[in-house]
Ligand binder design. Structure first.
Ligand code: ZN
Length: 502
């Protein structure tokens, strides 16, 4: 163990403690804190955030880091220590490259832009948000510009913040493949799926019973209630304090059976990742999932590939029917499976089905590229957006609220974030085909035995935390780097079989 690295520990521990406290306030704010608390509690969070920054970005830490960069020191570091230093360097680079007054100005602007966006969406007035979007975009271009190397585009830098293994070139290839294969498939499937009657899904489903069944599902998939809790919030999410305290939320809607069920399976996928990270890594800078894309791969694997399969429901469908006999007695398992996999070209990304989902992401990615690389006219973005929905999905938003204003990300300056959702689905498919090679996956699901599936993910992905990146992990477990072909193969095989398409 490196002596110099040991000098870092107290700083790492302090920043971890401050970060944990901040997370706990964020959790509280979104689950149980009273409505009036936010304004006053935000002062506490502001002070904690400042202290967190100071605990890492200071001369003492910088000196230790510089020393650790020397060859002699590098030779003494363990792989985990090297990974921690790499993470720290990333944080340093992000925070130190921006002049403090610009950083502060941006942080003051973002919450205002978000409030303006919320109101503009409600009033359906894109023109109110456009000037703020322009300003936020200019800041992000400038900030990313400070870190640009080798003539890359600033957008490339932002993409790498969420998933370091994918740049514009890789994403262009990935998304072109999807467009070519999925747009025609979606049209064929939609024509057949129209006949599936899904009215059962919007009958009344008692909220208490939903809570109870979702808790069952969560445990069935593998959530450890000794190391995690479920609460309720406006939008489901996962938050980990460390690997022994992983919290998830759900939202229950009386006239929507599927919403809470698939949300809880999704969040359980995120939670399993965090719970399975090794004890030696948790509470360090590499003690979380390795990237947004890999995290979404875990949640989408359980939600879609496992959770929407017939084999998964075979052992437990009777239990679901038993919870709501009046609504479901006449719905056969086959009918239910077609129902939960019915594509419905929706204008709203968060309500999209598995098949049309990547098209929503492509539209956002292409629009962001135009904003960064082609200086697109921000006032005219709704036209660009609507045209793309028409071209790719055959539908046009009736207004900006259900069009360009639907997502919160841009108001916070989160450009480059969207692609990781689609990357996640594609990674999940690549892992799925590997599992098919090494285990009788379908049989395990039919037996209600998810343990080997969880163990496979734990041993090949989860336990490493952020010590290896996405492509390293994929290479080790599947023998190749990211390959989008598996995603297309998965969607084609699944939907062609389900809807008898030849
Ligand atoms: Zn997620």
């Amino acid at each position: 163990m490196s002596k110099t690295f040991e000098m870092l520990r107290p700083y790492l521990d302090k920043s971890m403690a401050l970060q944990t406290a901040r997370s706990l306030f964020e959790w509280d704010d979104q689950t149980t804190a009273p409505f009036e608390a936010a304004k006053y509690t935000s002062r506490v969070v502001g002070i904690l955030s400042d202290e967190y920054m100071k605990s890492l970005i200071n001369d003492d830490v910088r000196q230790i880091m510089n020393k650790l960069m020397e060859d002699k020191e590098q030779a003494e570091l363990t792989d985990t220590e090297k990974a921690i230093i790499k993470e720290l360097n990333k944080t340093f680079e992000q925070l130190e490259s921006i002049p403090p007054e610009e950083y502060r100005a941006f942080n003051e602007l973002a919450p205002v832009a978000n409030r303006v966006w919320t109101k503009a969406k409600k009033d359906n007035k894109y023109e109110d948000f456009a000037p703020y979007l322009k300003e936020i975009l200019e800041y992000k271009k400038k900030f990313a510009g400070y870190r640009v190397k080798d003539n890359k585009d600033p957008y490339e830098i932002l993409l790498a913040d969420y998933e370091e293994c994918f740049g514009i070139k890789e994403l262009d290839i990935f998304f072109e493949k999807i467009k070519k294969e999925i747009i025609p498939l979606l049209a064929k499937v939609s024509a057949k799926a129209d006949a599936v009657d899904k009215s059962y899904n919007s009958l009344k489903y008692d909220i208490d019973k939903q809570r109870e069944f979702c808790k069952f599902l969560c445990g069935y998939v593998g959530f450890d209630f000794n190391r995690g809790v479920i609460a309720e919030s406006a939008h489901p999410f996962t938050m980990q304090l460390h690997n022994h305290d992983v919290r998830i939320t759900d939202r229950y809607i009386e006239d929507n059976l599927e919403s809470a069920m698939f949300s809880i399976i999704h969040e359980t996928g995120h939670a399993l990742y965090e719970m399975n990270i090794e004890d030696s890594l948790t509470q360090t800078p590499v003690g979380g999932g390795t990237s947004m894309g890999m995290h979404e791969a875990q949640s989408r694997f359980f939600e879609n590939i496992i959770g929407r399969s017939k084999a998964f429901w075979e052992p437990i469908y009777d239990k679901l029917v038993g919870a709501y006999p009046d609504n479901l007695t006449n719905i056969t398992l086959d009918h239910f499976i077609k129902g939960i996999n019915k594509p419905a070209s929706s204008l709203i990304r968060t309500e999209a089905d598995e098949l049309s989902y990547p098209l929503h992401i492509i539209i956002r990615y292409e629009t962001e590229k135009m904003m960064f690389m082609e200086d697109a006219d921000i006032e005219k973005l709704p036209e660009v957006w609507n045209q793309k929905y028409k071209d790719y999905m055959g539908i046009s938003p009736k207004d900006d609220a259900s069009g360009i204003l639907q997502d919160t990300h841009w108001s916070w300056g989160e450009f480059g974030y969207f692609p990781s959702y689609a990357i996640g689905s594609a990674i999940a498919s690549q892992l799925y085909y590997k599992m098919l090679e090494v285990m009788p996956l379908e049989q395990y699901l039919q037996e209600g035995n998810l343990t080997p599936i969880r163990e496979f993910l734990r041993d090949s992905i989860h336990k490493y935390g952020a010590t290896k990146n996405t492509n390293q992990l994929l290479m080790e477990v599947t023998g190749e780097e990211f390959n989008a072909d598996y995603y297309i193969k998965y969607l084609k095989e699944k939907y062609e079989k389900l809807y008898d398409i030849v």
